[in-house]
Design a protein. Structure first.
Length: 499
C-alpha cells in the first residue's frame, strides 16, 4: 500500500466513525444532562403586613385594611363594626380586634383572603364601659370602667367569661400569656374625669397596678405607682414591668417575678459590682439632674416637664425609649440586667433628646440604631440616632400623627405613621429615611399595627395593647386645647369630636 492509499483509507475511516456517532446521537443512547444555572437575584421579601383600621364615620362600619410589606399594596379589606374606637392585634400577629361604638367587639383574621364573612362579633353587656383591649396569644382582656373591672373573654369568637374587680378607673391591661405568670391592670384612682390626666395630670392621685394571676384569675396585692399612669409594657424575658406616669414624670419599675416594686438594699454581686434596684425612674429635666443620673444630651430650651405616654423596649440594646408628650422629648433609658437577673450597674442611665412638638408615640428599629417619633402638633416624624443621641432628620406627614410602628426584617425596614384626622397611611423606608409612599384607606385612621415587629411575631409587647384617646392618651391636639366634657359627654366623646 502506497502513501496515497493509506491516506484515503484513513479519511474513509474517519467519515465512518463520524457517521456512527451521528446515528448513535439520534437514538436513545444516554447523553450527559446540562444543569441550567439559575439566575441570582435579591432574596424574597419577608411575609409581613401592616394592618390599618379606619372609620368613615362614628355610625358607619369601620374598615380593616391589610397592606403588604414588600409592595405597599392593599391586599384585602373588609367592613367591621360601626365606629371602631380602638384596635390591636394579638401576640402571634394573626388576629385583629376592635372595640366598636355600638358596644360590640369584632375580631378578624389577618389574611390576604380577608372578607366580611370572616369577621366575628361579640356583644358586650349594655352597662360595659371598656376603654382599652389587651390581646395576648390566647384570649382577650379589656379594661372596663363599669364596676372597675378587667373583663376576660375566651373562645372564638371571643365570648365574655368573667369580670375581675381591680382598682378604681382601670385604663389598660398589659403582660403576656406566653411565659409570664400574670397580667397587670393599670388604674388611675379617683380622677375627677376622663380628661383629668390630659389637662391637669399633676393634680391626680397616685395610680395603682394589680397583678392578675393567669392560673386562677385572682388579684394579687396592688402596687402604688405614680400619678396618672397611662401606659405599661413588659420586657420580653418577663422580669421587669414599666409603668409610665404622666402626672409626675416618672416610670414605676415593677419586678414581674415577685409582683413588687423593684427595690432592694444595694449589694455586691459575685463579680464585685454594686447592684442597685430602681423602683422609680425620673424623667423630668430637674429630676434627672437632681438624682445624679446621666445628664440629658442637648437640653437647651427643654422644659422640666416630661409627660411620658408611650414607650418601646429594644432587646438589642436593652433600652427603654420613652415618648414624652408634654416635654416634646424622648428619653433613652438603660434598663439592662446583669447575668444574675439583677439591675445592672448602669440601669437607669438616661439621655433626653428634644424632638418635635407633642410626640404621641415612638418606635425603635430592631438593631437599636434609630428611633422615630410621631409629633402630633408639628405633623412630622423626627428621626433620632440612638448612638449619638442626636436628631438626624425631620420628615413631614399627612395629618397630626398619633401612631408610629415599625418592622425591620430584611435589608431595610419600614415605618408606618397614622393620624386620626387623615385617611392616608405614611410609609417610610429606613434605608434612606424617606417617604416611600402613602396609602389611602377608607375613612380616617383609628390605628395601625404590624404583624412582625422587629422580624418576630409578638416580639413587641406594646403592639398587643390598644390605645384609646382620653384618660391621659392624647387626641391629635395638645392637651391645653382639649375641652372638658359637657352634659352626658365622656372624655372619649370629646376626643372623637374635636375638629
Amino acid at each position: 500500500m502506497n502513501l496515497g492509499q493509506a491516506r484515503t483509507r484513513l479519511v474513509q475511516g474517519g467519515v465512518a466513525l463520524a457517521s456512527a456517532a451521528l446515528i448513535a446521537g439520534c437514538g436513545s443512547t444516554y447523553r450527559p444532562v446540562v444543569t441550567p444555572v439559575t439566575p441570582s437575584g435579591p432574596a424574597a421579601q419577608p411575609s409581613s403586613f401592616a394592618v390599618v383600621v379606619s372609620a368613615p364615620s362614628t355610625t358607619t362600619a369601620g374598615i380593616a385594611t391589610i397592606i403588604d410589606y414588600s409592595g405597599d399594596s392593599v391586599l384585602a379589606l373588609a367592613p367591621i363594626g360601626p365606629g371602631p374606637l380602638t384596635f390591636t392585634i394579638d401576640e402571634t400577629g394573626s388576629t385583629g380586634y376592635t372595640l366598636n361604638s355600638d358596644k360590640t367587639l369584632s375580631n378578624f383574621p389577618i389574611s390576604t383572603t380577608l372578607q366580611a364573612k370572616n369577621v366575628e362579633y361579640t356583644t358586650l353587656p349594655s352597662t360595659a364601659q371598656p376603654v382599652n383591649l389587651f390581646s395576648p396569644s390566647a384570649g382577650l382582656l379589656a379594661a372596663d370602667l363599669y364596676g372597675n373591672a378587667t373583663d376576660v373573654f375566651t373562645g372564638f369568637p371571643q365570648a365574655y367569661k368573667q369580670a375581675i374587680q381591680v382598682q378604681t378607673t382601670p385604663v389598660m391591661i398589659v403582660g403576656s400569656s406566653l411565659l409570664s405568670q400574670r397580667f397587670f391592670a393599670i388604674s388611675q384612682g379617683n380622677v375627677a374625669s376622663g380628661v383629668t390626666c390630659n389637662t391637669a395630670p399633676a393634680t391626680a392621685p397616685n395610680g395603682e397596678v394589680d397583678g392578675i394571676e393567669q392560673s386562677t384569675y385572682t388579684v394579687s396585692p396592688n402596687i402604688s405607682v405614680g400619678k396618672c399612669p397611662v401606659f405599661g409594657l413588659e420586657t420580653p424575658d418577663y422580669r421587669r414591668l414599666f409603668i409610665l406616669n404622666r402626672g409626675d414624670d416618672t416610670i414605676s419599675v415593677i419586678n414581674s417575678q415577685d409582683n413588687t416594686l423593684n427595690q432592694c438594699t444595694p449589694f455586691q454581686n459575685q463579680n464585685g459590682q454594686t447592684v442597685y434596684c430602681h423602683p422609680t425612674l425620673p424623667l423630668s429635666l430637674n429630676a434627672v439632674k437632681a438624682t445624679g443620673i446621666t445628664p440629658p444630651n442637648g437640653t437647651s430650651g427643654m422644659t422640666a416637664t416630661a409627660g411620658p405616654i408611650y414607650a418601646e423596649y429594644n432587646s438589642t440594646t436593652s433600652q427603654l425609649v420613652v415618648s414624652n408628650y408634654d416635654g416634646s422629648t424622648i428619653s433613652v433609658i438603660d434598663v439592662s440586667m446583669d447575668e444574675y437577673g439583677n439591675d445592672s450597674s448602669t440601669f437607669g442611665a438616661t439621655y433626653t433628646i428634644p424632638v418635635g412638638n407633642n410626640p404621641a408615640a415612638v418606635t425603635v428599629l430592631a438593631d437599636g440604631s434609630r428611633a422615630y417619633t410621631a409629633n402630633q402638633t408639628d405633623e412630622t416624624v423626627t428621626i433620632v440616632n440612638l448612638s449619638s443621641h442626636t436628631v438626624e432628620k425631620t420628615v413631614p406627614t399627612t395629618g397630626h400623627p398619633r401612631t408610629v410602628v415599625s418592622t425591620q426584617n430584611s435589608q431595610y425596614g419600614k415605618v408606618y405613621v397614622a393620624s386620626p384626622d387623615s385617611p392616608y397611611l405614611t410609609i417610610l423606608r429606613t434605608d434612606q429615611d424617606i417617604v416611600d409612599t402613602t396609602v389611602l384607606v377608607e375613612g380616617n385612621i383609628v390605628d395601625v399595627r404590624t404583624t412582625t415587629q422587629n422580624g418576630v411575631s409578638g416580639s413587641g409587647n406594646a403592639e398587643v395593647v390598644s390605645r384609646r384617646p382620653g384618660y391621659g392618651q392624647p387626641c391629635y391636639l395638645p392637651p391645653s386645647v382639649e375641652p372638658a366634657p359637657t352634659g352626658t359627654q365622656t372624655a372619649l366623646d370629646v376626643c372623637r369630636t374635636l375638629p
